[in-house]
Ligand binder design. Structure first.
Ligand SMILES: NC(=O)c1ccc[n+]([C@@H]2O[C@H](COP(=O)([O-])OP(=O)(O)OC[C@H]3O[C@@H](n4cnc5c(N)ncnc54)[C@H](O)[C@@H]3O)[C@@H](O)[C@H]2O)c1
Length: 274
């Protein structure tokens, strides 16, 4: 229960109770880690502050959830403010989770070939450049041997129709992760990516996970989808000293789906129906 005793870090990307970032954070909080959280800024005219409230409803239950501040990763000044808050609260941080992605629905729903220039820039800025910007801004507060993890999906490795522009973002995110692992390696800092199978979340739904869930059930060697808790545990592992020695790696938590070279048992199912 004390894997994260004395460890402090930042969790970027909780939107609600279904967010992967929350699944990972829960594991860390329950293992004694202290976390600072960010939420997407609320619009000035939103008196109910919905974005903040959805996250504070979760973090308020944990004494070791130390702060909750707004963050728009498209804003460099805002990124610096978050790092300053973390520096003030924690001194140095031992872990940093980046669990952030965004693409315009119009761009996700049209064929990749028709992706708009502005939509491409927006998706790449929020989903890829943000990892580089956040790591760079965190350099002064990252403890020696700190661990950074980002969330990715198999659509960055292979063509997954429907994932479209986000697949291109994930390929770039995975490459960025490797270069960051190289840059930060001499300081003993690790950077890895967790490639999760489809999970029902806000971003997941927008990227078409509902269509993927059945496919994973039929094709993944485990014959089922993965749970938030399973992804949460592996995320915590990557952010903990238990994974010392691993850097620049993509760790799949997908029931084994990614290693299949044929539809496997889905083929049996198709044959029995024909
Ligand atoms: N759900 C899945 O099936 C799945 C599978 C593999 C990887 N992922 C990845 O996991 C990560 C988290 O997504 P999720 O599925 O938990 O959905 P989610 O919607 O709960 O999380 C996405 C987060 O990105 C944040 N975000 C978007 N634009 C932002 C901005 N400009 N500044 C700051 N934050 C911003 C949102 O506020 C939200 O907290 C993403 O990188 C996603 O691509 C998801």
């Amino acid at each position: 229960m004390t894997l994260f005793a004395g460890k402090k870090g930042l969790i970027l990307g909780v939107a609600n109770e279904n967010s992967i970032a929350w699944a990972i954070a829960q594991q860390i909080l329950e293992q004694g880690g202290e976390c600072g959280f960010t939420h997407l800024p609320d619009r000035e005219d939103d008196e109910r502050k919905k974005n903040r409230r959805r996250v504070s409803k979760l973090t308020d239950n944990y004494e070791n959830a130390k702060f909750l501040v707004p963050l728009d990763v498209q804003n460099d000044e805002n990124i610096r403010e978050v790092m300053a808050t973390a520096g003030k609260e924690f001194g140095q941080i031992d872990f940093l989770l980046h669990s952030i992605a965004f693409a315009d629905r119009d761009d996700l729903s049209r064929d990749t070939i028709e992706t708009s220039r502005d939509g491409f820039k927006l998706a790449m800025d929020v989903s890829v450049y943000s990892l580089m910007a956040v790591c760079n801004a965190a350099q002064d507060i990252l403890a020696p041997k700190a661990s950074i993890a980002a969330m990715t999906y198999f659509g960055g490795e292979k063509c997954v129709p429907g994932y479209n522009v986000m697949g291109i973002c994930k390929a770039a995110l995975e490459a960025a992760m490797r270069y960051l692992a190289y840059d930060l390696g001499p300081k003993g800092i690790r950077v890895n990516a967790l490639s999760a199978g489809p999970l029902r979340t806000l971003a997941g739904r927008a990227a078409g996970v509902d269509d993927m869930l059945k496919l994973y059930e039929y094709m993944a060697p485990l014959g089922r989808n993965v749970s938030h808790e399973e992804v949460g545990k592996t995320g915590a592992f990557l952010l903990s000293p238990m994974s010392d020695g691993i850097t620049g790696e993509i760790l799949h938590v997908d029931g084994g789906y990614n290693m299949m070279g044929s539809p496997g048992r889905l083929l049996d199912r198709m044959e029995s129906k024909s």
